[in-house]
Write a protein that binds this ligand. Structure first.
Ligand code: NAP
Length: 297
């Protein structure tokens, strides 16, 4: 078997066209573009790459992007004050915090301080609780990108077995809840999971988000499964690689989202889509959230 390649660039092109239309309509309706503020403490080289990509996409879509840089020696009180100033700024509809924070700062400060209506990367306590309880919620953009990739590729989830490798707060855990929300049977694997292949071989849909190149090989995949590689590692030679051993997995999987050229293309667009939704919520009185079906209980 040879896997169908899920082309992140093509799917991102489709998603971006939809966002241009949404942003144009919102600007006409609310009289100003949606505003996204990015908060960083000092500068981080890999975040700078993401920031430049966000700046290009914001410009193309029509979202006003601003960057607030706090001094590296800022303490938790200064960080909280910076976020609260953006909470109160009516031109800002979405806030993205550069993570990870320097070690002397607490992520809890951000999780508590950020207005959940502006939390377009789904990191606040309220967003996490909403997701857990199946209330409308902003979600981490990487997770939204995985779901978007599956949806736009016609890969269904209801009644299927989804296995997520990786259990972090920003990818693995929230993604597991989103897959559960789509009626998949979900298994989460992590560093203490013995015999990883015994679990991954059971997956109809397999998402790998670890950051270990070559972790998933062909013999760990059920023939015909859909495999989404989220991991990103920059090798010593400068090449960007995922967690999936492409050569062996492509022979077994039914569909494969590669790195590069897969979900990474969609992540920034999902953040911008959630910013447009935040504007609808804050200015237009729409329901908070990412537009997914809402079910109580
Ligand atoms: P993270 O916080 O380091 O979490 C990695 C997770 O993988 C942890 O849950 C860890 O388990 C688990 N793990 C580590 N080694 C493992 C192993 N051998 N077998 C199974 N599980 C293992 O990383 P993250 O922030 O979730 O990001 C994961 C990857 O996605 C990274 O490569 C990151 O660069 C990439 N990423 C890509 C995008 C994108 O847009 N493309 C966005 C965000 C992240 P424990 O919890 O037990 O330690």
């Amino acid at each position: 078997m040879s896997a169908r390649l899920l082309d992140g660039r093509r799917i991102a092109g489709e998603a971006q066209r939809d966002l241009v239309a949404l942003a144009t309509a919102s600007r006409a309706r609310y009289g100003r573009p949606a505003g996204l503020a990015i908060v960083r403490v000092g500068k981080d080289a890999s975040f700078e790459v993401y920031l430049r990509a966000l700046q290009r996409a914001s410009e193309a879509i029509g979202i006003a992007l601003s960057v607030v840089t706090l001094a590296s020696e800022s303490d938790n009180a200064a960080l909280r004050a910076g976020i609260e100033a953006l909470n109160a700024d009516e031109s800002v509809h979405g806030i993205l915090m550069q993570l990870p924070l320097p070690p002397h700062l607490s992520q809890r400060t951000v999780a508590e301080a950020m207005d959940p209506r502006k939390d377009v990367d789904g990191i606040s306590l309220r967003s996490a609780g909403n997701l857990f309880l199946r209330f409308p919620s902003f979600v981490p953009s990487t997770c939204a990108a995985v779901i978007e990739m599956l949806d736009r590729s016609g890969i269904t989830l209801a009644g299927r077995h989804a296995v997520v490798v990786g259990a972090s707060n920003v990818v693995g855990k929230p993604l597991a809840f989103m897959l559960l929300d789509r009626d998949a049977t979900v298994t989460v694997c992590h560093i203490y999971t013995p015999d990883l292949g015994a679990w991954t071989r059971q997956a109809d849909v397999l998402v790998v988000a670890v950051g270990k190149p070559g972790l998933l090989t062909g013999e760990m995949v059920r023939p015909g499964a859909a495999v989404i590689d989220v991991g990103t590692t920059v090798r010593a030679d400068g090449a960007l690689v995922g967690d999936v051993d492409f050569a062996t997995v492509a022979l077994v999987a039914g569909a494969l989202s590669p790195v590069p050229g897969g979900v990474g293309q969609l992540t920034k667009l999902m953040l911008l889509r959630q910013t447009l939704r935040a504007q609808q919520t804050l200015v237009g009185g729409a329901t908070v959230g990412n537009g997914r079906e809402v079910r109580d209980g």
